[in-house]
Design a protein around this ligand. Structure first.
Ligand SMILES: NC(=O)c1ccc[n+]([C@@H]2O[C@H](COP(=O)([O-])OP(=O)(O)OC[C@H]3O[C@@H](n4cnc5c(N)ncnc54)[C@H](OP(=O)(O)O)[C@@H]3O)[C@@H](O)[C@H]2O)c1
Length: 227
């Protein structure tokens, strides 16, 4: 699909990768870019229309889908990482919170916007996933589980929306230079590089982006990985 002239909505558009997605959409000529965030006052990117949205609030998700009925490109970027292990974490709270945002929040957005996209010619959904969708890091294992679930939903939504002509793009990346990866000194991709690759995939009709060398290597060799 062409991004020039499209109407896009980006979740988590107030900072990090979401902010860069919104900026890149404006620079590619999107007719309107809705920047959704829990605090809409924090959406300050020029040319972006702020929208109040917590993706775990199902009523609000439904209202936003009604309010933004012109959307043809949905970028499910919002996500949370709580650095939590499976066994030694003190409770299930961190893991549940990650599932609530990364899996159920994204699923809720896909369900609410599917009819909107259909009414606008099919359009596209971009789901922001991770190398941990197919690889378990011990330190943030529960985040990986939520991203694996989000990857699975991405594959299922693609099948379910195929007949209405909606392109569903899975974007997997290793570390990206945002607040989320601030704790590590490992090499990081720029958010600009990830956003550009994702939007190039939308324009090319491509269903998967492996945004960096580490992600490509792990995806292609994950059958051989032992943790
Ligand atoms: N950074 C990395 O290394 C990396 C690597 C691979 C994939 N990713 C994925 O890339 C996406 C963007 O992450 P980032 O690096 O930009 O992280 P970030 O800097 O921590 O930003 C996360 C964004 O998600 C929003 N968010 C969290 N919970 C939300 C909710 N319930 N409703 C609405 N918005 C919510 C945050 O809003 P608030 O400001 O209100 O908290 C913020 O805008 C995420 O899906 C993440 O999992 C990141």
């Amino acid at each position: 699909m062409r991004i020039g002239g499209s109407v896009a909505l980006v979740t988590g558009a107030n900072r990090g990768l979401g902010r860069v997605f919104a900026r890149e959409l404006v620079s590619r000529g999107a007719a309107r870019v809705y920047g959704a965030a829990r605090d809409p006052d924090a959406v300050t990117e020029p040319g972006v229309t702020p929208v109040a949205l917590d993706i775990t609030d199902a009523d609000r998700v439904a209202q936003v889908a009604q309010q933004c009925a012109d959307v043809s490109l949905l970028v499910n970027n919002a996500g949370v990482l709580n650095i939590s292990t499976f066994i030694s974490a003190p409770s299930l709270d961190a893991a549940r919170a990650e599932m609530e945002v990364n899996y159920f929040g994204t699923l809720s957005m896909c369900r609410a916007f599917a009819p909107v996209l259909a009414a606008n010619g099919g359009g596209a959904i971009v789901n922001m996933l991770s190398v941990t969708s197919f690889y378990t890091n011990l330190i943030d294992a529960s985040y990986g589980a939520s991203k694996a679930a989000e990857w699975s939903l991405t594959n299922g939504v693609r099948l379910e929306l195929h007949r209405q002509g909606t392109l569903v793009v899975a974007v997997h990346a290793s570390f990206i230079d945002t607040d989320m990866a601030a704790l590590t000194n490992a090499p990081k991709d720029s958010p600009e590089s990830v956003a550009r690759q994702a939007l190039d995939a939308v324009e090319a009709g491509q269903v998967e982006v492996l945004a960096d060398e580490r992600t490509r290597t792990i995806k292609h060799s994950c059958h051989a990985i032992r943790s």
